[in-house]
Design a protein around this ligand. Structure first.
Ligand code: PGA
Length: 249
């Protein structure tokens, strides 16, 4: 059976002191988990977290990646730079990047390509806004977002992780129900099946107010292979509870 993946997205949170406390708490509670675990931290803390996580079962990820290799792109971080910190994952196309930084489907697809080219696994985020859901456009939106990534990445598509994150559920405490999430995951799985014979091994994560209470039900769905966790990933005990839920279902 495919191992589930629980990935924390710390967003723009943390400090040297808080990160150390959080990671030490996680490591002491984790043991040898039979699921994959990662934390995606702010760029400036990659070196610190690489040191704290060395030799542990927690993989390191970034929250973004440049779609350029090098050069005059002030403020950007190149794929090869990230690779130097032993990164396993890079989140691409998070809705906060799409919304506040104007990232298009094409840019997101290129970022996924750059991550793959450096041997990192892109965690490709897709998801509809509340108005898109209310207009009955959920499937159309997530399929369009995923299609751009499939189109740009060809046969490598089986190497990506996809995170379905309904925008209206992110940071709002208003999670999608297990049925709503499973429905969209099944749509995404079917789209991936049409693109690759290896679609079953692609991990489809759910993200959007997943927490210590609702994780078990969400993670029990047949097409939900893990979670991308924001707020609850900043609380060690909650994150550990979500990991335990992933292991037990
Ligand atoms: P949330 O964030 O768990 O705080 O809703 C999830 C995400 O944005 O990845």
């Amino acid at each position: 059976m495919k191992k589930k993946l629980i990935a924390g997205n710390w967003k723009m949170n943390g400090s040297l002191a808080a990160n150390e406390l959080l990671i030490r708490h996680l490591l002491s509670g984790l043991g040898e988990p039979s699921c994959d675990v990662a934390v995606c931290v702010p760029f400036v803390y990659l070196a610190q977290c690489q040191g704290l996580l060395a030799g542990s079962a927690i993989a390191l990820g970034a929250q973004d990646i440049s779609c350029h290799d090098a050069g005059a792109y002030t403020g950007e971080i190149a794929p090869a730079m990230l690779k130097e910190f032993g990164l396993r994952y890079a989140i691409v196309g998070h809705s906060e990047r799409r919304q506040y930084h104007g990232e298009s489907d094409e840019t997101v697809a290129l970022k996924a390509q750059k991550a793959l080219g450096c041997g990192m696994t892109p965690i490709v985020c897709v998801g509809e806004t509340l108005s898109e859901r209310e207009a009955g456009k959920t499937e159309e939106v997530v399929k369009r977002q995923l299609a751009a990534v499939i189109h740009a990445n060809g046969h490598c598509i089986s190497e990506v992780v996809v995170a379905y994150e309904p925008v209206w559920a992110i940071g709002t405490g208003l999670s999608a129900t297990a049925e709503q999430a499973q429905h969209v995951h099944a749509v995404l799985r079917a789209q991936l099946k049409a693109a690759t014979p290896h679609a079953d091994r692609i991990k489809l994560l759910y993200g959007g107010s997943m927490n210590a209470v609702n994780a078990s039900e969400l993670l029990a769905q047949p097409d939900i292979d893990g979670g991308l966790i924001g707020g609850a990933a900043l609380k060690a005990q909650d994150f550990l509870t979500i990991i335990a839920a992933a292991i037990s279902c």
